[in-house]
Design a protein around this ligand. Structure first.
Ligand code: TEU
Ligand code: CA
Length: 553
């Protein structure tokens, strides 16, 4: 397997709005991030992926961009950005930018022009259609509730928006649009940025004619824009025009990306992207495509999906490994036990991440085991996704508010967006003002200051895991073989690289689990490498609740 820096790197995602506020306005900012670079270096991460920091009216917290080549007022200035970039490089780290080019803000000058008249030079930068029988051009619905079309009085046509109405979709069929985007990408890369995380990167190409979607519960229309007809052509072109000219890292965020498609997007000789974020393991706890319904996922189901990707990508493409991001619940609340076994289970979950093939991503706050927030009232939530849905389903639709609130408390994106908990001071030390989103009240116990002081903390364990990965290339490149796929408590696997072997045993449960050593291992003189309980030899024994142990020989 060919080595590459972006395969060996550990990535840390920053959601700037919630990371660190430097000036007391309650909103995280670039100087705030700069003040914490030494902390990130101490953790040991190599790459920082910054969620969007561009000019934006913040309908969707920066994922609605009104100027791709300037910095959001609340976050600082271009000067601050350059200081940040230098600060990252001086510490031998790299910076990956968020590239949001499926859509812009409706306040982007392209859209402001586009909506003026049908013959405006920018008209064709977006997707405009005549009404059909006085209504929307097709039946597609948006990710954030309601139709994916908005009627615009000025010209009597509708425009497409897969997300909010303030996020009109760009028309990727238009070559001019694509080349504008490529130029903008070069602007950041020429400045020294080290790559892109590409937002909803499998949605750019829509099926010509924009046919109706298959009617179903949940969002309608996806089969007409997910992994669309020209998407690979677009990535080849982007690769040829931009990506191939720089030594960078690229990751496409792609919901509903089947394995066969991922093998193309991230295929090693296909000249598209380095890797994708896929969501198959993430989607397992949903029910019937209903966004807010959830269920407990039996371990064998989760393992089946994770293992499938490990095996299928080996030697052909490259995985990204993540448990959460700014759109997902907190890992320990969703997959571990955020009460009795918060530390143990979080450590186990990241032991898994750091011992699989692929590039691991840590979302801010995961290194101290931050939890879901479980707000009492809908008013406490900020997310446009939640408020749109509430309006449509509770206020207009008369649905049971308690039931919906229960689902929201579990799955809300705001769970990951509460401010970073730096200390036990007011507002977790995130701001001296009023935070834009309430701090999780558990900041008194769960915070960075406490984690740094405690030798046994999740932070220090995460630090060791990262170091372990750097010292053992097998953790990065080894192939993957699973044992006992039907075991409902234990995830057991082996990695192989050159003449080395690594064994991993993970007890994903609140109960002790009996571990019977597979025959092939009996002969192996494996030594304990890392784990979240005191060292024990590799032998048949019971594993404590949420015990994780890694062996090597
Ligand atoms: O998310 C894309 C995506 O698939 C998510 O929309 C997910 O389905 C959603 O969060 C739940 O409804 C990306 C960004 O990560 C997200 O923050 C943006 O809101 C979205 O794209 C639009 O840019
Ligand atoms: Ca601020």
């Amino acid at each position: 397997m060919e080595r590459a820096w972006w395969k060996e790197a550990v990535v840390y995602q920053i959601y700037p709005r919630s990371f660190m506020d430097s000036n007391g306005d309650g909103i995280g900012d670039l100087p705030g991030i700069i003040s914490k670079l030494d902390y990130l270096k101490e953790l040991g991460v190599d790459v920082i992926w910054l969620s969007p920091c561009y000019k934006s009216p913040n309908d969707d917290n920066g994922y609605d961009i009104s100027d791709y080549q300037d910095i959001m007022d609340e976050f600082g200035t271009m000067e601050d950005f350059k200081t940040l970039l230098d600060g990252i490089h001086e510490r031998d780290m790299k910076l990956v930018m968020d590239l949001v080019v499926n859509h812009t803000s409706d306040e982007h000058p392209w859209f402001v022009e586009s909506r003026k008249s049908k013959d405006n030079p920018y008209r064709d930068y977006y997707i405009w259609r005549d009404p059909k029988d006085g209504k929307e051009p097709n039946n597609w619905t948006s990710y954030f509730s309601g139709p994916a079309w908005e009627f615009d009085e000025t010209t009597g046509q509708y425009y497409l928006h897969l997300f909010t109405r303030k996020q009109p979709d760009l028309n990727w069929e238009n070559e001019k649009v694509r080349y504008e985007i490529y130029d903008m990408m070069k602007f950041w890369l020429d400045m020294g940025c080290d790559g892109f995380r590409m937002d909803v990167a499998n949605l750019y190409s829509k099926v010509p004619g924009l046919p109706d979607g298959i009617p179903r519960k949940g969002r309608i229309g996806a089969e007409n824009y997910q992994n669309g007809p020209r998407i690979h052509e677009f990535f080849h072109e982007m690769n040829r025009e931009v990506l191939s000219k720089y030594d960078i890292m690229t990751v496409g965020e792609m919901s509903d990306v089947p394995l066969e498609e991922a093998l193309k997007y991230a295929g090693k000789d296909r000249h598209e992207l380095n890797m994708v974020f896929q969501f198959e393991h993430d989607d397992l706890d949903t029910v019937d495509g209903e966004r807010w319904a959830y269920r407990k996922v039996p371990l064998p189901e989760l393992k089946a999906v994770l293992s499938k990707w490990q095996v299928a990508m080996n030697g052909k493409a490259w995985n990204s490994l993540y448990w959460t991001n700014h759109d997902q619940p907190r890992t320990v609340s969703r997959r571990g036990n955020d009460k009795e076994y918060r530390k143990e289970s979080q450590k186990l979950l990241y032991t898994m991440l750091m011992t699989m093939q692929g590039t691991p991503y840590i979302y801010q706050g995961e290194e101290i085991g931050m939890t879901n927030v479980y707000f009492d009232s809908i008013e406490d939530y900020d997310d446009v996704e939640i408020h749109n849905c509430w309006r449509e389903r509770v206020i207009k639709g008369g649905e049971d508010p308690e039931k919906l609130l229960d689902g929201i408390r579990y799955r809300a994106r705001d769970n990951a967006r509460t401010p970073m908990q730096w200390s036990d001071e007011e507002n977790g030390g995130f701001t001296t003002g009023t935070p834009w989103l309430k701090v999780n009240p558990n900041y008194k116990e769960i915070n960075v200051k406490e984690s740094l002081a405690d030798e046994d903390s999740i932070f220090h364990y995460m630090q060791k895991l990262i170091r372990m990965r750097k010292e053992n290339l097998i953790a990065v490149y080894g192939d993957f073989k699973e044992y006992e796929p039907d075991n409902r408590q234990l995830y057991i696997y082996e990695r192989n690289y050159q003449d080395q072997k690594m064994f991993v045993v993970l007890n994903f449960s609140d109960q002790e689990a009996a571990f019977a050593m597979p025959e092939e291992w009996e002969k192996e003189k494996a030594k304990f490498l890392i784990g979240n309980y005191p060292k024990k030899p590799l032998e048949s024994r019971t594993f404590a609740p949420w015990e994780a142990a890694v062996y090597i020989r």
